[in-house]
Write a protein that binds this ligand. Structure first.
Ligand SMILES: [Zn+2]
Ligand SMILES: [Zn+2]
Length: 92
């Protein structure tokens, strides 16, 4: 049995528990994945950093990992578990 991989948030360097909701941004070229907390600060940073990388010509796939307790079978934004309730872009 291998130990579970430690996931760290690329925005705040804090540890992300795999059973908690988080965002993965996968570099389709290298297969490397950047992870971010689902909380607004880290989501915002995720959006900014991903935009910067996209400008550099990188190709990414976004993954939204819901909480292990999320009750939705096909979870998305506004899921019953409230994993990603906060919109990534806040209108002023
Ligand atoms: Zn974070
Ligand atoms: Zn959810």
């Amino acid at each position: 049995m291998s130990r579970p991989r430690v996931i760290r948030c690329a925005a705040c360097a804090g540890r992300i528990k795999p059973q908690h909701p988080h965002i993965g941004v996968e570099d389709l070229e290298t297969g490397k994945e950047f992870a971010y907390h689902a909380r607004p600060d880290c989501q915002k940073r995720c959006a900014e950093e991903t935009a910067t990388r996209l400008e550099a010509g990188k190709v990414y796939a976004m993954h939204h990992y819901h909480s292990s307790t999320c009750p939705d079978e096909a979870p998305g934004f506004g899921c019953a578990g409230g994993c990603f309730d906060t919109p990534m872009a806040v209108a002023n």
